[in-house]
Design a protein. Structure first.
Length: 158
């Protein structure tokens, strides 16, 4: 078996795990609930890290899926595209994936998209997210990449 077949099988396994994690209630995972502060448990940190690793592994397949969906709907993207992890920080923590698009040299720099979330009016009417493509995986060391936009988002609430 060549390395491409192994990679495709491994990516398929990761995709199945990602889909299953999407539908499994958090209580079913039986991870220890070590409190690390408001909305920051060991369970959430492990899930978030797992999702980031998974997205980095299967990002190419997700990118192809999104591009096919957009072409079929008459909304094809002419720029370079790539799927990267997205971390949403604000009212809790979410991790997922998003497709970015832009000039190839800029798209290649992006490692993660950070979504900074805020709600106003107690979240009843006004919510806001600032989506920032970053060349750094570390949320504390934001390195914004210019000329890159977000064309699709997949979120998993932790």
């Amino acid at each position: 078996m060549n390395s491409n077949n192994r990679l495709n099988r491994l990516s398929g396994v990761f995709l199945i795990i990602f889909v299953l994690l999407t539908f499994i209630p958090a209580d079913a995972l039986k991870l220890p609930k070590i409190d690390l502060g408001k909305n920051k448990t060991l369970e959430n940190l492990l899930k978030g890290a797992g999702i980031v690793i998974l997205i980095r592994q299967i990002g190419g397949q997700l990118n192809d899926f999104i591009n096919t969906l957009l072409v079929n709907r008459g909304a094809a993207i002419s720029d370079a595209t790539k799927v990267v992890p997205i971390l949403t920080l604000g009212q809790g923590v979410e991790a997922g994936a998003c497709q970015i698009s832009g000039p190839p040299e800029e798209v290649n720099k992006v490692q993660v998209v950070l979504a900074l979330a805020a709600t106003f009016d107690k979240g009843r009417r006004l919510n806001m997210q600032a989506l920032i493509p970053s060349a750094s995986l570390n949320p504390a060391k934001l390195d914004r990449v210019q000329k890159v936009g977000i064309s699709a988002i997949i979120d998993y609430h932790l």
